[in-house]
Design a protein around this ligand. Structure first.
Ligand SMILES: Nc1ncnc2c1ncn2[C@@H]1O[C@H](COP(=O)(O)OP(=O)(O)O)[C@@H](O)[C@H]1O
Ligand SMILES: [Mg+2]
Length: 353
């Protein structure tokens, strides 16, 4: 029986949380946002907001008292905070997924153990480790990434064999690092899956993602690619979701090589930017499925009724919103962020084809 008084607590107050709160509102589910940000995007549509630091255990406990279920759409949530909240209310998805996706080496080890291919990678902590790799492998360049807290290309540098890369390396400011072999990819794709408490698993069609300055620029849905390639991507995402008994939504990003290899790059334990098009081009969006799954409702096999292209409005791009407002078949989504900053996701548009 559907609980008409359900209150969903969401940790984080950005655009993902805002779009989930809107899906929850459609079902009459009240959302309380917990965020350290004043006037957060999600607060603009939520029932209530509780402001507090993400590691303030006392404030988090207060928040837990006000809600029935808790979810998060922010993978850098401190694990301690999630574990503390679990003492009071269910937190979904459970922390195992968070633990895996918070650390690149843990993530790649998890994927490889499931038989899912990634690029070749090596743990490194010092410049000398990279110099050694150049001697021991046939690679002429690597991408060095911080294992934690990277997003939108932050916390990563490219190093080349014939360059002095001490300065770039030092800019990463940590020794907890991974060196990845550079994939000469033909395309980047991603798959979003949703799984509910009964184990029902559904997926959106894989999509093609184009990045600019390491930030997602455009998503094309669906990906027009040979079915064997798309099948491999879907199968791997299903494996991940089943392995961790997912209740919620996750996405897996892949590189596709010219030889048709599909290499997993990252797991996001939440709705993903490459799934924003699902709001306007599908009967049920990734946010609808996420809310359904964490609130113990069924996920529904989604139906894509239109081909779509999603374009992110990054920084000053948002100033072009008037153009999109006048354009047919174009859905403009603005996140309600006051300050425009370079690289900041201000909104997106979905153009139906
Ligand atoms: N090993 C790699 N080979 C080639 N390109 C890469 C590699 N790793 C990252 N990139 C490029 O950088 C982008 C961002 O890297 P990613 O690992 O997804 O980090 P994040 O999204 O957390 O910043 C990728 O989408 C891809 O375009
Ligand atoms: Mg990424």
């Amino acid at each position: 029986m559907f609980n008409h008084d359900l209150i969903l607590g969401i940790l984080g107050g950005g655009q993902l949380e805002k779009m989930s709160a809107m899906s929850a509102a459609e079902l009459g589910i009240k959302v309380i946002i917990y965020t350290d940000e004043q006037d957060a995007p999600a607060s603009q549509v939520a029932y209530k907001t509780i402001n507090g630091a993400l590691d303030d255990l006392e404030a988090l406990e207060q928040f837990a008292q006000h809600v029935d279920i808790i979810t998060y759409e922010f993978e850098n949530m401190p694990l301690e905070s999630i574990k503390h909240l679990q003492k009071f209310k269910p937190v979904l998805p459970d922390e195992r997924l968070l633990e895996i996706s918070q650390h690149r080496i843990r993530e790649k080890t998890f994927l490889n153990d499931l038989g899912i291919k990634t690029t070749n990678w090596h743990p490194v902590s010092r410049v000398e480790d990279v110099e050694k790799l150049f001697k021991e492998t046939n690679q002429s360049a690597f991408i060095i990434k911080t294992n934690r807290f990277g997003y939108d290309g932050k916390g990563q540098v490219k190093v080349k064999i014939d360059q002095d890369f001490k300065k770039e390396f030092g800019s990463l400011k940590t020794t907890d690092l991974i060196a990845e072999e550079i994939v000469d990819f033909m395309a980047e794709i991603s798959v979003i899956v949703a799984r509910d408490k009964t184990g029902r698993l559904v997926n959106y069609p894989p999509v093609v993602n184009e990045h600019k300055n390491h930030i997602l620029h455009k998503t094309i849905a669906p990906a027009e690619m040979p079915p064997e390639i798309l099948g491999k991507a879907i199968e791997a995402a299903y494996k991940v979701a089943n392995e961790i008994d997912l209740i919620g939504v996750l996405s897996v990003e892949y590189f596709v090589t010219a030889e048709g290899e599909v290499l997993a790059n990252e797991i996001a334990p939440r709705p993903h930017n490459s799934g924003h098009w699902t709001i306007d081009a599908c009967d049920f969006s990734q946010f609808d499925q996420h809310v359904r799954a964490v609130c113990a409702l069924d996920v529904i096999p989604p139906y894509q009724h239109s081909k779509a292209e999603m374009i992110n409005l990054i920084g000053d791009d948002v100033k072009e919103c008037d153009k999109y407002l006048r354009q047919e078949k174009t859905h403009l989504h603005l996140y309600g962020k006051k300050e425009i900053r370079p690289g900041r996701k201000m909104g997106h548009v979905t153009i139906l084809k």
